[in-house]
Design a protein around this ligand. Structure first.
Ligand SMILES: Nc1ncnc2c1ncn2[C@@H]1O[C@H](COP(=O)(O)OP(=O)(O)OP(=O)(O)O)[C@@H](O)[C@H]1O
Ligand SMILES: [Mg+2]
Length: 326
């Protein structure tokens, strides 16, 4: 088996509030082997981005990791110095965000920012950095890379900006790419091109991918295994084929039923989205966090947080209503 690259155990992330600390992430566990592609899905506010930021030691202040561990290639993030963390970012783990304009600086050229990313981790002469920049832009499918070096992010289309962002993220050859909604801001055709690019880079570089999205369609086509998150917790984890073929948690089944084009949808019918929304961390119900939106909830669901347990081979779910059959 390929070596484990990332391990997250019982991650808890809190933000202070007037009512005391609120947990945006309450219990996330995850393991990723080298070269593997894993998806994290869930509705808005369930803690996907906070989880992603934790993997790079980038939880925004005054938030903090209040429990659990994140281990990258055997190294516990909590034990690393600020300098070691900076070194890990880019070299071991690269990150791509939804909106490149927030992470690309609008006042510097593409070439300048790419060269910065390259030279943070390795000393390079100006000329060598320029050559690498052109190669990288070519690798992410940007035509006429020499001329694009002089462009400012604002002069590029959304799709090109996202390609530049990916070039920055892979500049130092990370073995894991964390992509948080990498295509949400793009139209469907460009979305497909960016996902194809990420797939190609993965294969060519043997890079692992953690794809964070609320789009189950993207998950279906691009990852081998999926974690479903709800209210800061993993509620289901399985192979992508099992997620679509045999979803176990009522939340996952609700998400799938809300997809356009599934068998329960007829033209002209409204999407069967799950009524309600992910609760704010201050209003998560006791017991199973999903029980107030769950059509299958019973009194026992209020008794405690259900454990995430194996219900089928390689298939875990956090629901007392699902019988184990392993
Ligand atoms: N800087 C912050 N300060 C306080 N609370 C925060 C902060 N960032 C996130 N949160 C809270 O943490 C919870 C999870 O947020 P997160 O951004 O991880 O959700 P998400 O799953 O990425 O949602 P989306 O799909 O909208 O991107 C939310 O309730 C949010 O309000
Ligand atoms: Mg997010």
């Amino acid at each position: 088996m390929t070596r484990e690259l990332l391990r997250v155990e019982h991650l808890r992330v809190e933000f202070p509030s007037p009512q005391g600390p609120l947990a945006a992430v309450r219990d996330v566990g995850l393991s990723l082997a080298g070269g593997e592609a894993v998806g994290v899905v869930g509705e808005s506010g369930c803690g996907k981005s906070v989880t992603a930021l934790s993997l790079l030691g980038l939880v925004p202040l005054p938030g903090r990791v209040a429990g659990g561990t994140v281990t990258v290639d055997g190294r516990d993030l909590a034990r690393l110095s600020a300098a070691e963390l900076r070194d890990l970012r880019g070299r071991e783990v690269g990150m791509v965000f939804q909106e490149p304009m927030t992470s690309l600086n609008p006042v510097f050229t593409v070439g300048y920012q790419l060269a910065e990313a390259l030279t943070t981790h390795q000393p390079l002469t100006r000329a060598a950095a320029r050559v690498r920049c052109v190669e990288l832009l070519g690798e992410v499918g940007i035509a006429a890379p020499e001329t694009r070096l002089h462009a400012y992010p604002g002069q590029l289309s959304g799709g090109l900006r996202q390609r530049v962002m990916i070039a920055v993220a892979i500049a130092c050859g990370p073995r894991l790419l964390v992509a948080d909604e990498p295509t949400t801001a793009l139209d469907v055709t460009i979305q497909a091109q960016i996902m194809a690019l990420l797939g190609r880079l993965r294969r060519q570089r043997g890079m692992a991918l953690l794809l964070i999205t609320h789009d189950l369609g993207l998950v279906a086509q691009n990852v081998e295994r999926v974690l479903v998150m709800y209210a800061g917790m993993v509620v289901e984890e399985c192979a992508t084929t099992a997620l679509f073929g045999n979803p176990l948690h009522p939340y996952t089944r609700g998400l799938l039923a809300s997809l356009p084009g599934t068998r329960d949808t007829r033209p002209g019918q409204p999407l069967r989205a799950i009524p309600g929304a992910v609760p704010h961390p201050s209003r998560v119900p006791e017991g199973c966090p999903f029980r107030d939106r769950c059509s299958e909830a019973v009194a026992a669901c209020a008794a405690g947080i259900p454990p995430l347990e194996g219900k089928r081979p390689q298939h875990r779910a956090r629901c007392i209503r699902v019988a184990a059959d392993v």
